[in-house]
Design a protein around this ligand. Structure first.
Ligand SMILES: Cc1cc2nc3c(=O)[nH]c(=O)nc-3n(C[C@H](O)[C@H](O)[C@H](O)COP(=O)(O)OP(=O)(O)OC[C@H]3O[C@@H](n4cnc5c(N)ncnc54)[C@H](O)[C@@H]3O)c2cc1C
Length: 278
């Protein structure tokens, strides 16, 4: 059986897609495609090639029913450049293989993430992990300047220590989380969808969401059918628990909503109105 070669993916191989102010995502290589998912799923039946619409329906079925092992036959290798605080979140996704630039071996580059003023916001009141309203432009600019100043001071001190002959592994320890790092990251489609479900979600930090969006656009080139099903089922779909199902049935039957608890009602209404799972 031949390698899966997807012309749309071949076109973007090695291209750097910019993210944030200095980051990027690059597809280094891919293995498999929609076709491979279908082959893997059908192997047990020994069935021959089916039509494109049947392939799409099969992939959709697999994703709907969480029959995910055929998705593991599609593999991506990305090269990403991200601020360290984004990398900290990224590496929590353990079902991957990665190689990161070594600050013990190499001198780290003078590259730090500086958020746009529109991204500089106050602490959210209802989400302990999130940000709320953006600061007024003048106040945001002041904070942005403070970030830049701190980064410049940290890098100056780092450079002086390096120039003075200090070991790179110790000179780096005062560099801030905004410093950019780079790594190669390999993941199969099953785990990539899990990563994207969590990191494209509005509860994920804005900066990693931006990477998620670019990774998803790249994945679409490799396996458009699977990505369409992911978007419909896993990304835009929500799940309802037993109480919520009862409420849904009642509302659809024109009856009073049995949910009286304020928080539960809020969660339910939010899911229906916006698809956001609070
Ligand atoms: C919005 C958001 C906020 C977060 N906040 C925090 C935080 O404050 N602090 C923090 O530490 N983390 C935080 N995380 C990270 C989170 O807890 C997960 O570690 C991360 O999302 C990776 O998910 P995962 O473990 O499912 O993925 P992976 O590590 O890629 O694993 C994929 C799947 O493999 C299986 N698996 C992997 N390892 C094991 C294991 N050891 N045992 C059993 N099954 C396993 C599980 O089924 C898992 O879902 C946050 C994540 C998100 C999206």
């Amino acid at each position: 059986m031949a390698h899966c070669v997807v012309p749309a993916a071949e076109e973007i191989l090695d291209k750097e897609f910019p993210v944030l102010d200095k980051g990027f995502v690059r597809l280094v290589d891919y293995y498999g495609s929609d076709e491979r998912i279908v082959q893997a799923a059908r192997v047990s039946y020994g069935a021959g090639t089916k039509s494109v619409s049947q392939d799409a329906a099969l992939i959709d079925y697999l994703i709907r029913h969480e029959h995910t092992s055929p998705l593991e036959h599609v593999v991506f290798t990305f090269h990403v450049k991200v601020p360290i605080f984004v990398a900290r979140q990224w590496v929590r996704h353990r079902m991957a293989r990665m190689n990161e630039v070594s600050g013990r071996y190499s001198v780290m580059k003078d590259e730090f993430y500086v958020p746009e003023t529109s991204c500089i916001s106050v602490q959210s009141k209802d989400n302990k992990q999130g940000r709320g309203e953006a600061l007024a432009p003048e106040a945001a600019k002041k904070i942005q300047d403070e970030f830049i100043q701190g980064q410049e001071t940290a890098y100056k001190s780092y450079s002086e220590m390096i120039d003075g002959g200090l070991a790179r592994e110790i000179a780096r320890i005062n560099l801030p989380l905004s410093l950019y790092t780079e790594f190669y990251w390999q993941m199969d489609l099953h785990n990539l969808f899990h990563f994207l479900k969590l990191r494209l979600d509005s509860h994920a930090q804005y900066e990693i969401q931006e990477y998620g969006k670019v990774i998803f656009e790249i994945a679409k080139k490799v396996c458009p059918m699977a990505c369409a099903s992911f978007e419909n089922i896993m990304h835009n779909g929500v799940s309802f628990n037993g109480e919520e199902m009862q409420a849904l049935r009642a509302v659809l039957a024109g009856k009073e909503n049995p949910l009286t608890d304020e928080k539960k009602l809020k969660r339910f209404n939010e899911k229906i109105a916006t698809g956001v799972q609070l």
